[in-house]
Design a protein around this ligand. Structure first.
Ligand code: 1PR
Length: 523
């Protein structure tokens, strides 16, 4: 029996699902007595250090946790569950951690995109039960802005390179903790978790040792989901956002089945976009939540969900906050939420007033769940102009002239699935959202969506240059070469596609085998 500490934030469902898949039962600790009585304790933390410590204090979990840890019973901390062991964190100055280990969590100050999101390797520094059946050259899924800096080097279990060599795992006695998420690290992560769960494992070193670890470029599959005319939730796919063919919604399969297929085929991440979320309120759309719950039982890579994340008043006048919607998505198995239409309205308001209110969905969700949990999905469209001074938006000189030979364009933001264009451009939107606390940009492109003609490199380059958070290039992938080009020409961290995978035109394995000698990827 594994006892799991759920302090109420982030996606603990995936950890429960992963442990249950390995045949072990999980009891979620409901009070301090259950922490004290645990035989093996897992502490998965996602979100913000300050928020976590406040809740641990409120629930009076601090002392029982310290008592448990001092008794040297088996403990596995994940992500914030690692940071919690230290004295403090730069994420919440002045607040004390558990202080079991001396040192603190520091913010990445590197010439790379932050948060550090994606699949990276480990360099193992001491033997551990966790490494049975681990070769040493595998990649694990990371998503964080802060890393721990222990005073005592003998507690370091693993390190990882990302602009600097940081501590990605610690071990002292039976206390183990990782910065990466084993429950999101595919089969390798499950092996590591199994080693923690099983009895009588030997402490071993992996056979291979990496010299330097590298972050892999991620290949993401996107499932655009909506109800078809019969009311069934289906994966659909549009051409330039038009998902109907001869009047009916295209049906490319069932969301849960397709997500499992993509996990098995090696997708690094899966995104669900509830594309009619702008008009149907997600908390009334229980099928979508069910999809997420069922998917997270079989898919052990990160799941992002978008659609309808905004404040909402139902027909009875009851008000729901965007934070409540996001909370439900996280509870159902999402690791990140993506905000589309609401982000545009938030940015417009911010640009009008110049004020950060702390009330917007972006600010509220990132404050509780951390920046890395908030993705901004942008749906831009090219607006051609003859001269750069014709608009007040950032303009690019384009190699793809407009219908009247225009040589300049700006990238107009749209809302409601491309139905309405706004007086705001994608570059400014990305910048504003980053400043409000977003952790990643999902950059679609209406002109390229479903065309198989390759990514819009000019758009992607312009947005990537404007922000320091990771960018996901999306829309237009038609072959494996398109991924190579977008990675090499724009330096984005990940690329997303839908149509070529749904229609089985190009398998994920082909994209990866094509890229493997050219770029760092996860095989
Ligand atoms: O505005 O917060 O409710 O979120 C709605 C979400 O639904 C947004 O993220 C928006 O991008 C998405 N969406 C709305 N309508 C559509 C549509 O297609 N009619 N889908 C839509 C956006 C674009 C990509 C697509 C790539 C790759 N889909 O996600 O998967 O373009 O396609 P490809 O590889 O086949 O070219 P809110």
């Amino acid at each position: 029996m594994i006892t799991l500490l759920d302090y109420g934030a982030g996606n603990v469902r995936s950890v429960i699902n992963a442990i249950e898949k390995l045949g072990e039962t999980v009891r979620v600790a409901q009070n301090s007595q259950e922490i004290l009585a645990a035989e093996k304790l897992v502490f998965p933390g996602v979100g913000n250090f300050g928020n976590m410590i406040h809740i641990l204090k409120q629930k009076q979990y601090i002392d029982p946790l310290k008592t448990y840890l001092k008794s040297n019973r088996p403990f596995l901390g994940i992500c914030l569950g690692l940071h919690a062991l230290f004295e403090e964190s730069e994420e919440a100055p002045g607040l004390k951690g558990l202080g079991i280990l001396q040192g603190c969590a520091r913010r990445f100050r590197v010439k790379r995109s932050v948060p550090h999101i994606g699949w990276n390797g480990i360099k193992v520094k001491q033997p551990s039960i966790l490494f049975n059946d681990i070769q040493g050259d595998e990649k694990f899924y990371f998503v964080h802005t802060y890393y721990v800096d222990p005073v005592d080097p003998s507690v370091v279990l693993t390190t990882t390179d990302y602009g600097l060599e940081f501590v990605s795992g610690i071990q002292t006695g039976n206390i183990m903790a990782t910065q990466f998420h084993p429950e999101k690290s595919g089969p390798t992560g499950l092996t590591l978790l199994k080693n923690f769960i099983q009895k009588d494992r030997d402490s071993v070193m992996p056979v291979l040792q990496s010299e330097e670890t590298k972050l892999a470029k991620r290949i993401i599959v996107c499932l655009d989901v909506r109800s078809n005319d019969q009311g069934d939730l289906v994966v659909t796919k549009g051409d330039q956002y038009d998902v109907r063919e001869e009047g009916t919604v295209r049906n490319l399969g069932r969301p849960v089945d397709l997500a499992r297929r993509y996990f098995e085929e090696g997708a690094d991440e899966i995104t669900f976009l509830n594309i009619t979320g702008f008009r149907d309120f997600p908390l009334e759309d229980m099928p979508m939540l069910k999809v997420l719950r069922r998917t997270s039982k079989t898919v052990f890579v990160p799941l992002t969900i978008g659609g309808g994340i905004r404040d909402y008043t139902d027909k009875n006048g009851r008000q729901y906050s965007a934070l409540a919607v996001a909370e439900e998505y996280f509870r159902s198995g999402a690791d990140k939420v993506s905000i589309g239409s609401d982000a545009v309205l938030i940015a417009e308001e911010y640009l009008r007033t110049g004020e950060k209110t702390g009330e917007s969905s972006i600010e509220q969700i990132s404050k509780v769940y951390g920046n890395q949990a908030v993705v901004i999905s942008i749906d831009p469209r090219r607006m051609y102009i003859h001269a750069p001074d014709k608009v007040r938006h950032p303009v690019v000189e384009t190699d793809i002239p407009g219908p009247e030979g225009e040589r300049f364009c700006w990238f107009q933001c749209t809302v409601q699935g491309g139905r309405e264009g706004r007086d705001l451009d994608a570059i400014t939107l990305a910048r504003v959202c980053e400043s409000l606390g977003a952790g990643e940009i999902l950059l679609n492109c209406i002109d390229r969506d479903g065309t198989n003609s390759g990514f819009d490199l000019e758009l992607i380059h312009a947005v990537k240059q404007a922000v320091t958070i990771p960018v996901i290039a999306s829309s237009g992938a038609g072959c494996a070469e398109h991924f190579q080009v977008v990675f090499e020409k724009t330096d984005v961290e990940s690329a997303l596609a839908a149509g070529i995978f749904h229609r089985r035109e190009v398998p994920i394995s082909h994209v990866k085998s094509f890229l493997k000698d050219k770029l760092e990827i996860r095989l």
